[in-house]
Design a protein around this ligand. Structure first.
Ligand SMILES: *Cc1c(COP(=O)(O)O)cnc(C)c1O
Length: 423
């Protein structure tokens, strides 16, 4: 049974649900703020440290605005994410545009916003120049250009993202040298370098090694091409402890380890100070978002089922990757009366299960069921298959007040793209 502590109790949920019927996603503002402070503190040794929140994890402008209090920028990879970023006032170098297989109109939008453009491929340099009509040195005067490095066989694999050499992202090592020289020759004066090789990683050493790899590369590229770097972007990929036996990554250890490597490699090679950037998504909002639902039916056949009013369209990680999410039944946390359940949704897919054969308090219709760690890739991965509507998103403020930061969809939303009059 879970011993997760929630930032709300059953009475609070009853109060909220009287206004917003379940299911809904609830984000804990204090949790997000405290975590943001922790991250900044761990990297306070680096002048200019900045986190660019990976918008895809939780593309809600109110959450982005909350993160902006800590000067977090936006890591965007699509038109919609660029527009969201613009709406919250993150423009210019507060945007890291890290896309792949990028359409011309997105490069244009990112260019117009003054974003830092992080190229995914060597051919994208010419494609970018063409897309935005940049030709002369003056067009690049203040631009910050970055390339995404794929270390290939030089870096061991990570469970979710896989082996770098099988990943579609980024430049080879040789291509990096060529592209930076080309950009320099075209008149670009400001540069950064990026890699992203981990996802949901819990070992701080893996992240530290990634930083080391980039620091060494910076020293080499500078020595060979004369290109000087303003920043190193180590990407996202800091994991969260979804399972009770897992331990959250120590940000303090990551900060210390990277500081050591910085002193050794950047200072050691007499390079100018470099800003450290990150673009974490999951670890920023993941642990602070909860999918709140209620038991709709209890069914006892070959197995015992708790059928919720939420389904995989509210959180598809368990169905998609067999991901584990902790489940709490508020008000019954300490109940000695337990059973083993499959916790399901109502989608007509047998993998629509939030948990399989999980020991939980004995439940009955109407009980609240809280699915933890749903604050990243939760609502964001929502869909409407089987006529399921996306739920509301609510923000629980530190003073206990609740703000609706996205309303629930209605049938009218679902039908909005159909013209019944032509039937
Ligand atoms: C998804 C993604 C991130 C964020 O990854 P997390 O695992 O959520 O930290 C950062 N950068 C890029 C380019 C991504 O695609």
């Amino acid at each position: 049974m879970s011993n997760r502590k929630l930032p709300f109790d059953k009475a609070k949920l009853e109060e909220i649900a009287s206004k917003w019927p379940t299911p809904f996603h609830l984000y804990d503002a204090k949790g997000i703020r405290d975590n943001a402070k922790r991250l900044k503190k761990a990297f306070s040794w680096n002048k200019g440290f900045r986190e660019y929140f990976a918008v895809k994890a939780a593309p809600n402008p109110y959450l982005m605005k909350l993160l902006k209090e800590f000067d977090f920028g936006s890591d965007c990879s699509s038109m919609a994410e660029l527009v969201l970023s613009e709406k919250v006032g993150n423009v210019g170098e507060a945007i890291m545009f890290t896309s792949n297989d990028t359409p011309a109109e997105e490069f244009k939008k990112a260019w117009e916003l003054g974003a830092i453009i992080n190229l995914d491929d060597i051919t994208h340099w010419d494609f970018l120049c063409e897309s935005v009509g940049a030709k002369t040195e003056a067009d690049f005067a203040d631009r910050v250009m970055c390339c995404r490095y794929n270390p290939g066989p030089l870096k061991g694999g990570n469970a979710i993202i896989g082996k770098p050499e099988e990943a579609k992202y980024g430049f080879t090592r040789e291509q990096l040298f060529e592209c930076y020289s080309k950009m320099k020759a075209a008149g670009v004066k400001r540069f950064g370098i990026h890699t992203m090789v981990a996802s949901n990683e819990l070992d701080p050493e893996y992240i530290i090694d990634t930083a080391k790899l980039l620091f060494s590369l910076v020293a080499e590229i500078t020595a060979q091409t004369g290109v000087e770097f303003e920043f190193v972007n180590i990407g996202g990929g800091i994991g969260i402890a979804y399972k009770p036996e897992q331990k959250a990554m120590s940000l303090e250890r990551v900060g210390e380890g990277i500081e050591e490597a910085y002193k050794q490699i950047i200072d050691g090679n007499g390079l100018k100070p470099i800003k450290l950037y990150m673009e974490c998504g999951r670890s920023i909002t993941g642990p602070y978002g909860y999918l709140i639902s209620k038991v709709r039916h209890i069914k006892n056949t070959y197995r015992l089922y708790a059928g919720l009013d939420a389904c995989m369209s509210n959180l598809m990680r368990p169905a998609l990757y067999g991901a584990y999410h902790e489940i709490v039944v508020p008000g019954k946390e300490n109940s000695g009366d337990t059973s083993v359940y499959d916790v399901t949704g109502s989608l007509c897919e047998n993998n629509d299960k939030f948990a399989i054969q999980r020991l939980l308090p004995v439940m009955e219709r109407g009980d609240f069921v809280v699915i933890c760690d749903a604050g990243a890739h939760g609502h964001a991965m929502g869909f409407q298959y089987n006529g399921k509507l996306r739920s509301a998103e609510l923000l629980l403020e530190e003073d206990g007040s609740v703000t609706e930061i996205r309303r629930a969809e209605t049938l009218d939303d679902y039908f909005a793209t159909l013209d019944f009059s032509k039937l």
